[in-house]
Ligand binder design. Structure first.
Ligand code: ADP
Ligand code: MG
Length: 262
């Protein structure tokens, strides 16, 4: 696979916490247009990896290219400016604000001042723009003026995604987007993620739910004890879905290394 298809190309990422090696020389790539499932057992290093890509933590070693350019991601603002948006399950929204307010909240650091001014002087237009954006989204959103704490988990995910799109973000990272949801709502969020694919360059989804990964992703990337232990591109995988599921479980829990990346 030529490197120019990578929108994130991270090499040799290593992160220590004291004597704990959270990430051990991990190479990580995200390809243009793909949804990537990032999986691994508790403590495998998933959150640390996405925190490094989001500027919430610095690696001890390693280099990152984003859209083919060397990227020095020192803080969340740097990640934002590179077009990387991370949606953390619980921290994504401000509960006491409504949909429209949430689009702008926490974006004070943005250099994209146009949006900021727009927010202060033209709330109506913003609201209209926001409601146009959500028309095509399959989750039923309530009144835009309702405080988000009254919304369901799926609606909150939808708002987080819309906010990322509103700001023109190109790479969306979602940490356990379906974990807290019931079956029906989880299915809707998966649909929403699939729709989002059309509007961004790439999506990374962390999840413990292997069915969800197989359903939605193009590829799965597996960490175990801070190491990259597997990378399966589904279209290159020769066997059936049951085998795929089993192979992913094997990679997560141990035993063997599998590489089906073309
Ligand atoms: N802030 C921290 N301080 C100390 N150890 C940490 C910190 N964050 C993560 N770790 C350790 O790093 C390893 C990887 O953790 P994490 O990236 O959260 O894994 P995952 O998200 O896959 O469950 C674990 O051993 C965890 O205890
Ligand atoms: Mg984690």
């Amino acid at each position: 696979m030529p490197n120019d298809t990578y929108i994130i190309n991270a090499k040799n990422i290593t992160k220590y916490f004291g004597s704990v090696v959270a990430l051990d020389s991990v190479d990580f790539e995200l390809e243009d247009g793909e949804i990537l499932g990032l999986v691994g057992d508790n403590g495998a290093g998933k959150s640390t990896l996405i925190k490094i890509l989001s500027g919430a933590q610095l690696p001890n070693e390693g280099s990152i290219e984003v859209f083919g350019q060397p990227a020095n991601i020192k803080n969340p603002r740097d990640a934002f400016e590179l077009g990387i948006e991370t949606i953390y399950q619980d921290l994504a929204l401000f509960d006491n604000l409504n949909f429209t307010e949430n689009i702008f909240a926490g974006r004070e650091f943005s250099r994209r001042g146009v949006g900021r001014i727009f927010g202060f002087i033209d709330g109506k237009r913003m609201q209209k723009d926001a409601s146009n954006r959500i028309k095509n989204i399959s989750i039923n959103l309530p009144l835009l003026t309702q405080k988000v704490k009254q919304l369901s988990g799926g609606q909150r995910q939808a708002i987080s995604i819309i906010r990322a799109l509103f700001w023109g973000q190109k790479i969306i990272i979602m940490d356990e987007p379906t974990a807290a949801l019931g079956v029906r709502e989880a299915a809707k969020v998966l649909e929403l993620i699939d729709e989002t694919r059309k509007h961004v360059n790439g999506i990374i989804v962390i999840t413990h739910n292997i069915e969800h990964i197989i359903k939605i992703a193009d590829r799965v990337f597996v960490l175990r004890n801070g190491k990259r232990v597997g990378d399966i591109t589904f279209k290159d995988y020769g066997n059936g879905l049951d085998d795929l599921h089993n192979d992913i479980v094997k990679l997560i829990t141990g035993a063997e290394m599998i590489d089906y990346k073309a």
